[in-house]
Unconditional design. Sequence first.
Length: 271
Amino acid sequence: MTSDLVAEIVESLKASRKYRSVYEPTLERVAKWALERHCNRRVAEKAAKRKLHQACGAYMSPSQAAKAEKMLRALPPTATIDELRQACLEILKCHTSTLERLDYIERLYADIEELVGRPRSVLDLAAGLNAFTIPWAPLLANATYKCIDIDCRSMVLSNLLLERLGRNCSAICGDVLVAMPTDRVDLVIILKSLPCLERQESGAARRILKEIRARYCVVSFPAFSLGGRDRGMTANYEEFLRDSIDCSWRIIADLSYSTETVYVLTSEPGA
């Protein structure tokens, strides 16, 4: 593997409509991964594209991103909270992961609030379009909220929303497999992302959970595959989570919804 071959694959990926908005260090990471396994450049590039499809391409297409941006920009500055929520619901439909959560957003956040209160600081990892659920989130008025994702389209859209909300919030392109944030916060959110991260890098879930600096962490797992199959996923993911956490975390609740199971973890000592 040479740096020239890595650069060639990265440039090719950046030229594609589907992956041009992916965080460049992620493209470099995936290109290196592919070349470590395939000597042939074309074969390596195809492998890189498959890996990127698993990481982000399967969740929001370029046309869906464009549709979401059009809806957001069409929202008038004088929009009421109800109009804003309705627009957010429509935009959340553009991302496969958040689409599946629409039926229970309010219930989910009410359940989280009951367990962790109203956090003053939130870090949302591999966030996708989850910032568009902020109108339902139990945040304090002066709370900070930062979301991170490898799909820069999602982060551009999220920043447009956050500017409209006028909150102390930010959305940035980043890759937790390249550089884990060091923010110390009240709450970290990782919704349905740990299995995907683990598929990209063995041991990623354990490392990420170990490096989180927070009082609470909300982790969720899909109840079904993207194809709608169960395959005992809930039991398997619970075992996966328990194997991935060390003594610095303990599970204080597991919440079951129609399309995902949510675990609430705390780093605070038990009573």
